[in-house]
Design a protein around this ligand. Structure first.
Ligand code: DQA
Length: 141
């Protein structure tokens, strides 16, 4: 059973971008952490795009190909009704992950469209949030 680990805009720069906020580890490290967090019989597929439509296409693909989704939608979290709609068309568990503690930051980061669909929301645990999200998907899927 495959869990999609979906990452939105600017997360390709993880490890290089604002390391004081997001740390020095990369998406490769995220993939390793998630794989290690999987229960037996599960595996992960990590994807990243800077494009909203690509993320939506992957969520549609997940309807057939994935048993659950762990998603860090980046800034689309706060803007994208289209990603919310796509997630509403997915039937498995969805975990929303933010590396930083968004509620401690600018007020425009306090609202999340994705939270209206997510079965769990994790913020401020650093990369550990992805592992926790993966463990939870394994429990729920
Ligand atoms: C983020 C928080 C968002 O507000 C921001 O736009 C990101 C990353 C996080 O992981 O903390 O790109 O989702």
């Amino acid at each position: 059973k495959t869990i999609y680990i979906l990452n939105g805009p600017n997360l390709n720069l993880l490890g290089k971008r604002q390391p004081e906020i997001y740390g020095y580890e990369t998406l490769e490290d995220v993939e390793k952490l998630c794989r290690a967090a999987c229960a037996e019989g599960f595996d992960v597929k990590l994807m990243q795009s800077n494009h909203e439509g690509q993320l939506i296409d992957w969520i549609h693909e997940a309807r057939e190909a994935a048993c659950g989704i762990v998603m860090n939608p980046g800034a689309f979290t706060h803007t994208s009704i289209a990603i919310l709609d796509a997630l509403n068309a997915f039937e498995g568990p969805v975990m929303e992950v933010h590396i930083s503690q968004v509620h401690k930051r600018e007020s425009f980061r306090h609202h999340s469209y994705v939270s209206m669909r997510a079965d769990g929301v994790i913020a401020g645990l650093g990369l550990e949030g992805y592992a926790a999200g993966t463990r939870r998907v394994c429990q729920l899927a």
